[in-house]
Design a protein around this ligand. Structure first.
Ligand SMILES: [Zn+2]
Ligand SMILES: [Zn+2]
Length: 98
């Protein structure tokens, strides 16, 4: 966080971020930091998943390779069937089967 007036680093004070030079105050933005950490965790979980994914013989629509990882993804609506998502082992292209 930087002061918009003098572009100096803001310091935490009484739960706010304060500029020591001009006294500018703003709310702390810890919420953003939490969101970003959460996103990083999701990515690491996903990449860990892919190593253990089962493979199947299916033709990649992009490169024609006939082997792909697959995963079942439950849709949010209970009325809809599960979607099978394929990831090509060769080019990494992803597509889904309805
Ligand atoms: Zn300032
Ligand atoms: Zn492919």
């Amino acid at each position: 966080m930087f002061c918009p007036k003098c572009h100096l680093l803001l310091y935490p004070k009484d739960g706010k971020m304060v500029c020591r030079k001009c006294g500018y105050e703003t709310e702390r933005t810890e919420g953003h930091v939490v969101v970003e950490e959460h996103r990083e965790k999701e990515i690491s979980v996903l990449s860990g998943e892919e190593e253990a994914l089962p493979k199947t013989n299916v033709t990649c629509p992009k490169c024609g390779n006939n082997e792909a990882y697959w995963i079942l993804r439950q849709t949010r609506s209970a009325d809809e069937p599960e979607t099978r998502i394929y990831t090509c082992t060769k080019c990494g292209h992803r597509w889904r089967e309805y």
